[in-house]
Unconditional design. Structure first.
Length: 499
């Protein structure tokens, strides 16, 4: 009988052999690689990742064209992150490009890649890492980009090109990225949930030809065996159905392409992308400007919407949007009340028809000037606003805009998409009036926000700490002490003076 030390040594040798076999298998098989990864479980602990059968099929597919029509929260971003990482690690010099409708979406997918890298037992060496790209020592890169024509044309010959949330990537950007693959003959993967019967995602799914491998998975199919998720989906279906929003459930969870003519007027509004808990903090270098939009009602309620924007920020924020019953004087008193908080630069409203009476009374008796809202080409401006919603450049404060959110989710097109159908649109219109006003003042091209001396010093301090941490990690703990005063301390002295 072997001694305990011999047995332990033999066990360690067997484990080393098994680990080596697993690493060799991972090189050849992306599914074997996926099984080396871990996820963070509900209890906060790392658990081994076990890909679902459909994810295994996607990982093992060797063709160069694939389109994924997958229900929400079903694991499509996870499988794309694994594909990207496997290629970058095992094929040196590979360029993987991730494009999404908004930079935030691309960043989120890249973050998933970094999470997997950080939890690998044998971590690949990185030569560069930031929130937009990862570069490996073997020359491979993974780059996350927004769907912006000006940012993508500098790249060419990717080994893998991924369009995440492809239904939100503009058609002209899709057309611009395709030629990237000419020299590399790389793989092209499109993934997302439907956004109506329009655009390249729908056209490719329906008429892309046999060269495209199609994968369709509903949220219910993805949740098979998970009673908690299935119960949640059942409640969600019942809730949306009661509110007349069956099409939203079919689109988001059942992978259905809904006819745009019968779809939502503000179909680009996405609660995950466009809702925030509060306005960002006030910044003295970029003060807020507030506009108020008013939609008057005679028998219907009035609607008031406060929009906010500031320099160096691409977003327009809906700070408040709500309904108010009452006559012109009631609306005027409410405007005066919230004026003390926001100090409006402009107040715009629907001054046509019965709105003329409201405008006259509020001006003559309460001294509130109201500009006539732009109302021509309403459908065209709704389309432009949908574009800003799609890119995440319109944000809505969740707790202050419940009436607006309900309208945006429920308001549908009628008459073949030529006009809005029945249903309330008061908050939606008041936001549209104010947004059109901000659109004329909110710069379309934005300079970078100036950096204060304090912020510059703080940034340098972080950089210096990272440098010394790297030096000390190599075993040279005395180097910092030998340096004496750092270049940063000298810079601080030059900036603020020594006394």
């Amino acid at each position: 009988m072997p001694s305990p030390s011999v047995a332990a040594r033999e066990l360690a040798e067997l484990e080393a052999i098994e680990n080596e076999r697993a690493r060799r298998a991972a090189r050849e098989d992306p599914v074997a690689f996926a099984r080396l990864l871990t996820l963070i479980g509900k209890d906060g602990r790392a658990v081994p990742f076990r890909p679902d059968p459909w994810q295994c099929d996607v990982l093992r597919y060797r063709g160069d064209r694939m389109i994924l029509n997958i229900g929400r929260q079903s694991g499509k971003s996870t499988v794309l992150a694994i594909l990207s990482l496997h290629r970058a690690i095992y094929v040196p010099g590979s360029l993987v490009i991730i494009i999404s409708g908004a930079q935030r979406q691309s960043d989120e997918l890249l973050r998933k890649v970094m999470d997997f890298v950080s939890r690998l037992k044998v971590r690949p060496k990185l030569s560069e890492e930031n929130k937009r790209s990862i570069e490996f020592d073997n020359g491979s890169r993974i780059v996350a980009l927004p769907a912006n024509d000006s940012t993508i044309r500098g790249f060419s010959a990717p080994a893998v090109l991924i369009e995440d949330e492809a239904g939100e990537v503009p058609d002209d950007v899709h057309a611009a990225v395709r030629p990237m693959l000419l020299r590399s003959s790389g793989r092209f993967l499109m993934s997302g949930t439907p956004k109506g019967k329009r655009g390249h995602f729908y056209e490719t799914w329906e008429r892309g030809g046999e060269e495209w491998q199609r994968v369709r998975l509903t949220s219910v199919e993805a949740a098979a065996g998970d009673e908690g998720r299935l119960a949640w989906l059942e409640r969600e279906h019942a809730d949306l159905s009661r509110r007349g929003l069956e099409d939203i459930y079919r689109q988001e969870y059942e992978c259905a392409f809904i006819d745009a003519a019968s779809g939502r007027v503000y179909g680009a509004f996405d609660e995950d992308r466009n809702l925030v808990d509060e306005l960002p903090q006030t910044d003295e270098l970029a003060p807020w400007t507030y506009f108020l939009g008013l939609d008057f009602g005679i028998t219907d309620p009035n609607a008031l919407s406060v929009l906010a924007w500031r320099p160096y920020d691409p977003c327009v924020y809906v700070a408040e949007s709500y309904k108010l019953k009452g006559d012109a004087l009631t609306v005027g008193e409410e405007v005066k009340r919230i004026e003390t908080r926001y100090r409006f630069s402009r107040i715009v409203g629907d001054t046509g028809g019965m709105g003329k009476g409201f405008e006259a009374i509020m001006l003559e008796r309460q001294h509130i000037p109201i500009e006539a809202a732009e109302k021509h080409n309403k459908a065209g401006y709704i389309s432009l606003l949908n574009g800003e919603l799609r890119t995440g450049n319109v944000r809505v404060v969740r707790s202050k805009c419940k009436a607006l959110i309900d309208e945006w989710l429920q308001l549908s097109w009628a008459d073949g998409g030529k006009k809005e159908g029945t249903g309330e649109n008061h908050c939606a219109d008041s936001v549209l009036y104010a947004w059109r006003a901000t659109n004329a003042h909110h710069p379309q091209t934005r300079e970078r926000r100036p950096v204060t001396p304090e912020e510059k010093i703080a940034s340098f301090k972080k950089a210096e700490e990272r440098m010394w941490s790297a030096v000390e990690a190599r075993g040279d703990a005395s180097a910092r002490a030998a340096q004496g005063h750092s270049w940063l301390e000298r810079l601080e002295g030059e900036t603020y003076g020594d006394g």
